[in-house]
Write a protein that binds this ligand. Structure first.
Ligand code: ADP
Length: 274
């Protein structure tokens, strides 16, 4: 992109137009390819649980004189139905964060509330695995943004930390303020002692539907959309999400968001608003 842009600037007008056109077409094709991949992925992901549900309901009918088998099949139907519900919910969440402008509905959001909500969301799976969750440094910190989107983002990071960690480990959430050129940022870091992520996979985990181990992800109700949602929320809030990881040792996902205050939480007053 950079090289193309530079040559476009020095080229005479005629070829500049051609170059810009070529660049536009390439971008349009790329977007089209991404869209096609996405639709193909969604179809595939929907077919897995719906196919299983249809087979299982046949099995239930065939086993009508064996109550134990019926119960077993019904249990598996419930798992597939939950998977389907999760997927649909995450698709709705993803389309929301992609279409809504978070800044339209922004407010000052307490970090301790966001963290408490995220911990609450993963309490059940964490207690099953005897994973301890602890947080620190969140007092008196406020971020600027859409409360629902921010809660979804942090909730996803904590959920992953619990899902990709063995039993009896710790998940820590630490927050602090860091100064940056455009104003102060709030850093929220979620650290686990889990399976970790290889360098190669680290580059791809934020893509929609990318999973290191699809079977493991599905077993915990994963959809492969969580980190895509997190990345989108961070970017649209003027922040970012980064990952540090060591295979077999654990991972830290860090969410950096603009701090509330510093002029961000005052409604801009234009001349026609006076
Ligand atoms: P999923 O629904 O599969 O969890 P995500 O988009 O949230 O989807 O994550 C994508 C993939 O990144 C996961 O399938 C998993 O392989 C990897 N991953 C995410 N978080 C962690 C973590 N804390 N530790 C290890 N692997 C992780």
């Amino acid at each position: 992109g950079e090289a193309l842009a530079v040559s476009a600037r020095v080229a005479p007008l005629g070829s500049r137009l051609v170059l810009l056109l070529v660049e536009d077409l390439t971008e349009a094709r790329r977007i089209e390819a991404v869209r096609r991949d996405f639709v193909a992925n969604v179809s595939h992901e929907l077919k897995t649980p719906t196919g299983a549900l249809s087979l299982l309901s046949e099995a239930v009918m065939d086993a009508s004189d064996d109550p134990e088998a019926v119960t077993r099949f019904a249990g598996r139907m419930q798992i597939e139905a939950t998977r389907l519900t999760n997927l649909v919910q995450e698709l709705i969440d993803l389309s929301r964060v992609q279409n809504d402008d978070p800044l339209e509905d922004s407010e000052s959001v307490r970090v301790d509330e966001l963290v408490a909500e995220a911990i609450d969301r993963s309490r059940q799976p964490a207690s099953t695995k005897q994973i301890t969750m602890a947080s620190g440094g969140t007092a008196d910190l406020h971020v600027w943004g859409n409360r629902g989107q921010l809660a979804a983002a942090l909730g996803n990071l904590v959920e992953n930390a619990v899902n990709y960690s063995p039993a009896r480990t710790r998940v820590g959430i630490a927050a602090h303020r860091v100064s940056a050129t455009g104003g102060d940022l709030i850093e929220i870091a979620v650290t686990d002692q889990g399976i970790g992520i290889s360098e190669k996979d680290r580059e791809r985990i934020f893509e929609r539907f990318y999973r290191v181990d699809p079977a493991r992800s599905r077993a915990t109700g994963g959809t492969g959309l969580g980190l895509a949602i997190v990345k989108h929320v961070a970017a649209s809030h003027g922040g970012e999400v980064t990952v540090w990881s060591s295979e077999g040792q654990g991972s830290t996902f860090t969410l950096r968001l603009p701090e509330a205050g510093a002029g961000r939480d005052r409604t801009p007053t234009g001349p026609d608003e006076d």
